[in-house]
Ligand binder design. Structure first.
Ligand code: DQA
Length: 153
């Protein structure tokens, strides 16, 4: 089994392609997931992809990922928490509590947008953050996570 990464997308990212294309571009979530699979394959890894609009389901996914990282069956998580980035202490606690390596990704440059997007509850718990590179940020996150985890191994 090649090393596995979880690609986890939060609320409204299922609408990519139709949602505010001037901000998020025209690629769909399926395009993003394909891009991640290709980036992982180039590094000898594979991906599993999940998306949820529900905070609790994202927390369950992070806790499950933490158990799998501890068991050696998962490398870590590339996570776009969507708007929960800016609101969720629970996601922060889940990442810390589950001790799961997470690279946080945002398609848009959240720091160049509204003030309420400037703060992330996730970033202090993340192993790395990629912001503002469009969907190519997912590829950068996959590569960064694999390199960081291989360096740590
Ligand atoms: C986002 C940025 C968030 O502020 C927003 O709520 C999203 C998408 C991004 O990928 O740029 O849903 O995470």
């Amino acid at each position: 089994m090649p090393p596995t990464l979880l690609i986890l997308n939060g609320p409204n990212l299922n609408l990519l392609g139709q949602r505010e294309p001037a901000v998020y571009g025209s690629a769909t979530l399926a395009d993003v997931e394909r891009l991640c699979a290709e980036a992982a394959a180039a590094l000898g890894c594979q991906v599993e992809c999940r998306q949820s609009n529900h905070e609790g389901e994202l927390i369950d996914a992070l806790q499950d990922a933490g158990r799998r990282v501890a068991a050696g069956t998962l490398l870590g998580v590339v996570f776009n928490p969507g708007a929960y980035t800016h609101t969720s202490v629970a996601l922060h606690d889940a990442i810390k509590g589950a001790q799961v390596p997470v690279v946080e990704v945002h398609i848009s440059n959240v720091h160049a947008r509204e003030a309420f997007r400037h703060h992330s509850f996730v970033s202090p718990a993340a192993a790395g953050v990629v912001v503002g590179f469009g969907i190519d940020g997912y590829r950068l996150a996959v590569e960064g996570l694999v390199r960081q985890r291989r360096g740590a191994a």
